[in-house]
Design a protein around this ligand. Sequence first.
Ligand code: AMP
Ligand code: MG
Length: 405
Amino acid sequence: MIPVSEAIHIVKQECTALPKEDVALENSLGRWLAQDIFADCDLPPFDRSQMDGYAIRAADVAGASETTPARLQIVGESAAGRGWHHSMNAGEAVRIMTGAPVPAGADTVQKVELTREIDAKDVEILEPVTLGRSIVKQGAEIRLGDQVLDSGERLNAGMVAVLASFGYAQVSVGRQPRVAVMATGTELVAVDQKPGMDQIRDSNNFSISAYAQLAGATVERLALAGDNVETLKRQIGEASERCDIVITSGGVSVGVYDFTKLVLKELGAEFFFKKIALRPGKPTVFARLPNGTLVFGLPGNPVSVSVTFNLFARTAILGMQGAKQTELENRTAVLGKELNAAKKRESYLPARLRTNDEGELIAEPLKWGGSSDFIGFARADALAVVPADAGVIAAGTKVNTLLLP
Ligand code: AMP
Ligand code: MG
C-alpha cells in the first residue's frame, strides 16, 4: 500500500503533456493554454474618459460653485470611436462621452451632472474637480508587451475576453486526451434494460465519462465487458490503440472473478501501483501498456469510482493537457459532524460545503453508508480528508477538503 500523495505523485510523473493544437477563439473555452499571452497594445490605447461630461482644465474651475459657476467655451466634441484631435486651451471645454479619447490640453473630466450647457456654445461648471479625475491614462490597465495569461491556465469566459482584446483569433491549447471507458462485471446491464435477477444497471461508465468530460477529455464508452478474460483483453487492447487513457471499473479486488490486473499483465502492462492507503478506493490500479497508453483500473463501487477518478485519473487528464494545476483545489473547513478515521488508510469522504453566519466554511459529511452509497454522493461538492489512524474527529475540528468538479 502506498500513500495517496505518493500515488498522485506517480501519476504526475508518468503523464507527459500531449502535443498542443491551435483552436479558434470561440472554441477555446475550458481548454488549457499552451502558450503565454501578451498584450499587443496599451490598454487603454489612449487617455480615456470614464464619464459623460466635459474635458476641461481643473485649474479653470477651481473656484466654481452652483452660484458662481466657471463658464467655459465649448470648442468641440469627443465621442467614443470619433475623437476630437486638436489642442484645447485654457478657458475651453470639449464635450466628451464615456470611452472617448481625452483631447490634448485637457487634464480632467467633469461629469455632465455637475454642468449646465448654454446654447451649445458655452458650459457652466458647477463644482471644482480634482486634477486628473475621470481619466484613465493610456496603458494604465496593461502595457504593450506585458504577459497577461500564462501557459497552463484553464481558459474561462473572462480570459476569452482577454484573448479577444489582444487579437488572438486562434490560440494554442493542449490537445484533449482521448479516453476509453469500460465497465467490468457480469451483473451489469445497459441503462435502457430492466435488470433481471441478480443484475444491476451500469452507472460507472456514465459517471466516469461525465467526470472525464469535465476534465477536458473526449470520451468513448466501450461495450459492457462482463467478467470474461478474453473480452476484457480484446476491448482494452483495441481501445488502447485509439486512445491515450483507458479507464476501467470493477474487477480489481480479490474476488474470484476480478480479472482486470490479470488481463493487464497478459497485455504486457507495466504496473505503477495496485494498492493505495485510501478509503474508499484501496485496490486502484495504474499501469502503462507497451504502446504507451495509460490504464486506470478503478474499483467497482460507484463512490470509489468517483473518489479515485478525481484523485488520480483526473490528474492524468489535466497533466496531459499541460495544466499548471492538476489536483483538485482544496479548502480548510470546519467539520459539521464527527467522522471516524480508518486504520492505516486516509479517508476521502463525501461532504457538502456551506458557510455559517460567522462566515466560516463548514463541511457537512453526507450519510456515509460505505463505498456503494452513491445516491448520497450525488450531492457531494467536496471530499473531507481524514488522516489515517486519527480515531474520532470531533465536530468543530478543522479538516482539509477537496472541491469536487
Ligand atoms: P467489483 O469491484 O467488481 O467487485 O465491484 C464492486 C461493486 O461495485 C459490486 O457491488 C458491483 O456490482 C458494483 N459495480 C461494479 N461495476 C459497476 C458499474 N459499472 N455500475 C454500477 N455498479 C457497479
Ligand atoms: Mg466485478
